[in-house]
Design a protein around this ligand. Sequence first.
Ligand SMILES: [Zn+2]
Ligand SMILES: [Zn+2]
Length: 408
Amino acid sequence: MKIKFLGGAEEVGRLGIKMTEGENRFLVDYGVIPEKPPEYPLPPEKVDGIFLTHSHLDHAGSLPVYFQKYAANFYATLMTANSVRPMLNDSIKVASLEGYPQPFSKDDISLLYNSFQNLEYGDEHNIGDFSVTGYSAGHIPGSTMWHFQNSESVLVTGDLYTRQTNLLDGAKPVKADTLIMESTYAGRDHEDRQAVIQRLRSRVMEVVESGGKVIFPTFAMGRTQELIMILDKLDLNISVDGMGNLISEIYLETPGFLRSQNEFRRALGRVRKVRGPRHRERALEESDIIITTSGMMDGGPVLGYVEQLLEDTSSAIFLTGYQVENTNGRSLMENGSIDIAGVNVKPKTKIEFFDLSAHAGHSDLVKFVKSVDPSTVILCHGDSREELLPDLSEYRVILPLNGREFDL
Ligand SMILES: [Zn+2]
Ligand SMILES: [Zn+2]
């Protein structure tokens, strides 16, 4: 088998893995780096099947570009297909708002969906000379590790989380000869998740009891819903604003992917959904907690809420996701300041970070490799991959580069 990364080999984002064996040509993911301006993978190359691991844009954000030029079957779980559609539509909107060229149109998104084939977890499908099976990757609802089997087997993890969260069970290892694994957290381990959640809940209570509100700048996909579950225990007034509401609806309407559909339905029922700008003032008045996009504070309703609370020393901004360089979120963590409509401001609110990452930390990545027990490990989707090498010395490890095809 030949493998070529069209993107995402030595970086987090724009993942695209082309796999070729004989007549069989597959592509796993085709994403973007959602920066300003967005960075795209190498141009598409003709394949027969495209397998999507999950609906984050760093994995899916360029898929419609492929369909401008070629056709192929588009394989994903129903949850991934349902939830990625609004993300792709939104990325067209964001590009036009920020004045970047539109890489694709709504028609290209329709072409992608005309080619959709629903693959359920655990079902084996004969595709070309391969038998292909999807397994939960534990990262967000619908996220999938793809297992390709013919004379040898290859497992592609996509983004991977191996521990239980409020929404999902962790990914279970699947035996394979070659493992293509993400490595976002190579060299770093997470603080114990239960300890983080305890601390998060008690800090929220302290802020609310002192008369303040907590703003959670949060990604729409996965993290919004995980926070709704985590904060449900506190019996406070919670509002959710932005695209997280739409994604929550999709999670409810696509059964079979959450640990407990009923628990999520119940928690969601207690949350107020903010339906547009006119309702924001009331949400701020009546809520203790506001969960809102964007997760890195570079746009979306979050900025409006923060603007209202700039002088409020009893309120707080709690970040729970990784903050990319050159974003408002990163600047808030490092300098306590953000840019709102071209003006640099320093909110007087408390600012704290809680690590609720849905990527496996270093030790869990190593443990996962040992359980899959491959002969070859290919590390991607990370900018510190070499940190894993000392712990994987008994394996043949490949650190691929974008655009350079190699033989397994
Ligand atoms: Zn992801
Ligand atoms: Zn990713």
